[in-house]
Design a binder for this molecule. Sequence first.
Ligand code: HAM
Length: 422
Amino acid sequence: MRIQAIRGVKDIMPDEIEKWRWVENKANQVFNRYGFNEIRLPIFEKTKLFSRGIGETTDIVEKEMYTFEDRSGEMVTLRPEGTASAVRAFIEHKMYTAQTVQKFYYLGPMFRYERPQAGRFRQFYQIGVEAMGSHNPSIDAEVMIMLLEFFNVIGLKQFELQINSLGCNKCRPEYRETLKKSITNHLVDLCENCNIRYQKNPLRVLDCKIERDIEIASGFPKITDYICNECKCHFEKVQSLLRETQIPYIINPNLVRGLDYYSHTAFEVTSRELGAQNAICGGGRYNTLVEEFGGPPTPCFGFALGLERLISLIPFNDIKSIEKNPDIFVVSLGEDAKSIVFNLVHQLRSGGLSVERDYEEGSMKSQMRKANKSASLFALIVGENEIKSGNYQLKNMRDGKQSSITAASCVEKIKTLINSKV
Ligand code: HAM
């Protein structure tokens, strides 16, 4: 019986994982500098958390959640995103009592039952960032700047930052009505989905990805012309901070995001190199979600980026530091060597070195071939003659030079040698 992975779900193989770790470490370093520390959130939650948090009429909640009843009859859902969980944790752990902005990030798999295609998966990884507890537009700008700083550190160059303001609970209803009126005249030309969106949540029409609908939507009234003075001031301040720090951006008045919790600033980072699924990252302000879940009024700002999409864009050929070859390949020959090698490898590894060996214990030629293939820095040769003389042979695999090394002190000597090379 051959069982394959579920459609839209993929393995991240050992030869790719170094890239993932490298990106994750860089994110950790950059985010730490801005005061964001890691939080680990559960992979599944009560379904209500997502359906209320993300919005009942969003595609995610209507069509894409992996929801099931557990053995006690509770409806649970594999998380389609991290913000709702972050808000739950913020309230559950009374993080609001800290009186300072709470900044944290999370990393891990998310699950959405979408139609799989290039760059779109049913299990995908996100790094998400949330700053909770301030309405200051500096937070909006700072978090976007941090994201771009991260992109700079990992060598990502071709992307576009798009921003918009989605107004607030005070000014959005008026815009919603105006938009709905405009849409009415185009219903016959819009897709079937947009006809449903028009009824349930007309702003979603602006998010349609169908070419013809995008064209029609470009003629609809712009939300930025309807937002109240407070929202306008906030949006202008965010922009002036971005300009001050020379961050290029464009305003996309049709950017509405696929989740309902946003107000004020919303943003996306896209890349033309990604094809149809062109969003690397999306986020924005969500000022009412904490309160809706029973916490105190807490304005928040955050984003999440898709790791598969991001990693596919990074020019890893230019990044030398991610090469992960063993320091030493131990080549052993003869019966006596067999008993020594196990412990020798153990000692070298305990000494902090990365060590490989040939578990097949093949011929000298075949072991040297494997050493070459592993791209180790050195090969340590332990044969019968070496054991008798008490001196092993150390071969530098880069220049081919070979030297003798005393068995008794070989671990220390190799450690010094390798540390001097890195
Ligand atoms: P989102 O826009 O739904 O936002 O997802 C963020 C990113 O996750 C997208 O830009 C994309 O790169 C990646 N992504 C989404 N769906 C898929 C998929 N099916 N396959 C591969 N990658 C995907 C959120 O999730 C919000 N929680 C962001 C946020 C945090 N807002 C405030 N705080």
